[in-house]
Design a protein around this ligand. Structure first.
Ligand SMILES: *Cc1c(COP(=O)(O)O)cnc(C)c1O
Length: 495
């Protein structure tokens, strides 16, 4: 199977080349040219497998230059019971007869990015060997919270890799900051930057385009790369849990083979929901795909009007991982729905770059509506739904998950569609304690880690061990720099 650029189909790479390279040279996203079929017989077979075995079976279809032994080793390392606190890895929690929550936060950082970032570093490390890259990769990340920590945990002590994470001083929650400052591993670095997330991100972009730095590092045996969700190695592991959830529903007798299931996904960069759409294209019986946004509802508008317009107010919300105006992975959906029309996709992306806006054809609008429903949930409703789900279902959810739940309810009301639905839970409520406590009506929310205890007392639920144990971990990284000094930090780190 070859991987092509969404902006130029004549670019044709192997899986390991695509993963090692990350982004196509023309700025497009590297994407499988064809999608293998997922038959009912395969699903029947996968029902009897563990999560790790399902992951191997799926990834094997796409990664022809990797052996089954390699993939098995990766999943055993990434999804081990030292990393995940539930042996099912991505368990379903039933709310009522046809509503199930897919919990994707049982990994080491209590958010869904672990699902892919526990595997990507292994895929990348092996891809570098397969493509005869003799330099060591250094992953640079600018983070507003979740991604940085998940990448640090994923790359921790993975052979042939280093990772350096920058976050804005005061721009992440106290828990998130402690998570990063106490990071373990011999190949990791963490540094905060005075300024906001944009300053940190712009700083990283400047480093990536610094030719002199590139040459200096090459001499030292290093090259820079990123770990964001445009890399195919981050999308692929995400297809697994949608298929796995279907197998679990079959095993629990909630559905029969072939029955459609709707999936509702809280969406930011469009990677997670895209993975579900791909699973559907392969043959998983996916009904409606419900795309849930917060007040940054650029996708809601796009799915209903066919106009993508990033020229709008940016809102900072209590579901920060969805505070995004340009959803990069949408480009892969456009590529597929246009019948792989690379020129059309390149045109849309050019318009987006120059005017901040593009409008798709009538044909494409109709296709989008066939597959997707888009909705959004503002801050008030997010808070209320956390309280409602807690009271009515005795189930504690975080603000991102709450957005998904509310939009799922909106869709059901509007459409009358009562298909069995899986809504996706992307973070542990303990990761966003303060807003969860406030939503539950707690007037005085405590600071930092004390809020974990408080939520534990109010809910009777235990905090995830990796969060609760932060108290006892020594701080390893305590450096803060001006953004102009980020270059020095890199040079010092890769001395
Ligand atoms: C990253 C993230 C999302 C958004 O996922 P995308 O793949 O970017 O759409 C949603 N919720 C949480 C908690 C996240 O960390």
């Amino acid at each position: 199977m070859r991987y092509v650029s969404t902006r130029n189909k004549t670019v044709s790479l192997t899986a390991s080349q695509a993963i090692a390279q990350g982004l196509a040279r023309d700025g497009g996203l590297l994407t499988p040219e064809v999608f293998p079929k997922l038959t009912p017989e395969m699903l029947e077979d996968w029902r009897g497998k563990t999560y790790g075995q399902r992951a191997v079976a799926l990834m094997k279809l796409f990664l022809e230059d990797f052996s089954e032994e390699e993939l098995t080793a990766f999943t055993q390392a990434g999804y081990s019971n030292q990393k995940f606190d539930d042996s099912r890895v991505a368990p379903l929690h039933q709310l009522d007869d046809n509503t199930h929550c897919l919990e994707l936060w049982h990994g080491p950082t209590s958010a869904f990015k672990d699902m892919a970032l526990q595997i990507l570093p292994h895929l990348l490390s092996a891809s570098l060997v397969k493509t005869n890259e003799d330099k060591t990769v250094c992953i640079l990340v600018a983070t507003s919270g979740d991604t940085g920590k998940a990448a640090l945990e994923g790359f921790k002590d993975v052979k042939g890799t280093r990772i350096l994470v920058f976050y804005p001083t005061g721009g992440v929650s106290q828990v998130q900051e402690l998570q990063m400052k106490t990071q373990e591993g011999s190949n990791v670095g963490v540094c905060s930057v005075f300024g906001n997330f944009d300053d940190a991100q712009t700083g990283v972009k400047i480093l990536f385009s610094d030719e002199k730095l590139r040459a200096d590092l090459a001499e030292r045996g290093y090259f820079l790369s990123s770990a964001n969700s445009i890399n195919w190695g981050r999308i692929l592991p995400q297809l697994v849990y949608y298929i796995s959830a279907y197998c679990d529903l079959l095993n629990a007798g909630k559905i029969q083979m072939g029955d459609k299931v709707n999936y509702c996904v809280p969406t930011g960069n469009f990677g997670n929901i895209l993975a579900c759409w791909y699973a559907g294209q392969m043959g998983l019986p996916v009904g409606k795909l419900i795309c849930a946004s917060n007040s940054n509802n650029v996708l809601t508008e796009f799915l209903s009007t066919g106009v993508y317009n990033k020229n709008r107010t940016f809102y900072t919300t209590m579901s920060p991982s969805m505070d995004i105006l340009v959803s990069s992975n949408l480009e892969r959906l456009l590529f597929a729905l246009t019948g792989q029309d690379d020129q059309a996709v390149a045109g849309y992306m050019k318009e987006l770059n120059t005017t901040g806006r593009y409008e798709v054809t009538e044909d494409l609008k109709a296709k989008l509506k066939d597959h997707f429903y888009g909705g959004f949930c503002d801050e008030d409703r997010t808070g209320r739904i956390i309280e409602k789900v807690w009271k009515e279902h005795n189930y504690l959810i975080d603000p991102h998950t709450a957005v998904a739940y509310q939009v799922m309810e909106d869709y059901r009301k509007e459409s009358g569609d009562d298909t069995t639905t899986v809504f996706v839970s992307t973070a542990s409520p303990f990761k966003f304690c303060d807003n969860v406590l406030k939503s539950l009506g707690v007037a005085e929310v405590k600071e930092g880690l004390d809020a974990l205890d408080q939520l534990n007392q109010v809910s009777g639920r235990p905090a995830p061990v990796p969060l609760a144990s932060l108290r006892n971990k020594p701080v390893r990284f305590d450096q803060s720099v001006e953004k102009e000094k980020m270059l020095d930090v890199v040079l010092e780190f890769l001395k």
